[in-house]
Design a protein around this ligand. Structure first.
Ligand SMILES: Nc1nc2c(ncn2[C@@H]2O[C@H](COP(=O)(O)OP(=O)(O)O)[C@@H](O)[C@H]2O)c(=O)[nH]1
Ligand SMILES: [Mg+2]
Length: 302
């Protein structure tokens, strides 16, 4: 089920890639230099990253030179190459390993952090576990209200404070409540931009530090919520957040509304942080596991 949903989310990317790849290889099984150059451009257009695109094409060239093109022709070869790149990369599955398992959601404004917090709460509940939401985006009252709506939808508890309160203190209260109340997970929603002079990264580090005051190895996960439609800018964001606070994974949102789904590959390859979950819509159940097999099928199969 999740596999199919995931594939469906890649529809736009697949259309872009397949149309171009079919045009390129219309001549049949030959692999000429200029065709490969066009393929490289098509891959770059789907945002797999310049580096991955050239790596894929270089490999295809050497296979073609050695006359080892598989039965399925250039398309099958391309699929194998993408599979190889994914196989070489990092991977991780979403799981709760501690009780409570503390999850920090970070990212710039509008990428889908609050929505993802709600979806994640539902998902954890579906696993038969009890999550607690923490509204650590305290700079706008509306941000906490928005999370509260998700808490109601998911039917889970929320810790929030008045607008302007210290984000770290909300996180601390939530982790404390989760320990005392034996919750299974805490999902901390944070701000993407601050309306104070405080640096966002410093603020996030403080939120993280405060969690560890209550539970030494918390937060157990720091997920960057990344908007897939931002393309290469997303890579820059991932790099900055990873260097500043250290990420355990990436949640790639809005995969349903972009033809740039190749970004998943670029992130794993260039940043070395696994894409763990994928947002495929605006509803509470629109969050699925990142599945490498589904990703490859999604890119190449109708
Ligand atoms: N199509 C689509 N929209 C999403 C997804 N995730 C979030 N959104 C939308 O993105 C917008 C910003 O989301 P929000 O959670 O407020 O972002 P935040 O500023 O990072 O907290 C909202 O309109 C969401 O409905 C997704 O996976 N797919
Ligand atoms: Mg938000």
């Amino acid at each position: 089920m999740a596999f199919e949903t995931f594939k469906k989310a890649l529809e736009k990317t697949r259309k872009l890639l397949n149309t171009r790849v079919e045009d390129i290889f219309v001549a049949g099984r030959t692999l000429e230099e200029d065709e490969l150059e066009e393929l490289e451009e098509a891959l770059i257009a789907s945002d797999v990253g310049v580096d991955a695109a050239s790596n894929i094409v270089e490999h295809m060239k050497s296979v073609a030179r050695a006359n080892k093109i598989p039965e399925g022709g250039p398309m099958a070869l391309l699929r194998d190459e993408v599979g190889r790149i994914i196989g070489e990369g990092v991977s991780a599955k979403f799981a709760l390993t501690e009780k409570p398992h503390v999850i920090l959601l970070v990212g710039v404004n509008g990428t889908g952090k609050t929505t993802t917090a709600g979806k994640l709460a539902r998902r954890i509940q579906n696993m038969g576990k009890r999550p607690l939401l923490a509204a650590s985006d305290t700079f706008r009252a509306a941000a906490s209200d928005q999370l509260e709506i998700w808490a109601e939808r998911a039917g889970v508890e929320i810790v929030r404070s008045t607008s302007g309160a210290d984000p770290a203190s909300v996180a601390f209260d939530a982790v404390s409540k989760a320990v005392a109340g034996r919750f299974d997970a805490v999902i901390v929603d944070t701000a993407g931009r601050l309306h104070t002079k405080v640096n966002l990264m410093e603020e996030l580090k403080k939120v993280s530090r405060v969690c560890s005051k209550k539970i030494p190895d918390a937060p157990h996960d720091v997920f960057l919520v990344l908007d897939a439609t931002t393309g290469n800018n997303g890579i820059a964001q991932a790099r900055i957040f990873n260097e500043a606070i250290g990420l355990t994974g990436i949640i790639l949102t809005k995969l349903d509304s972009t033809a740039k789904g190749g970004i998943a590959l670029a992130i794993m390859r260039e940043i070395g942080v696994p894409v763990v979950l994928v947002g495929v819509g605006e509803k509470i159940d629109d969050l699925v596991d990142f599945e490498p097999e589904g990703f490859i099928s999604g890119l190449f199969e109708a």
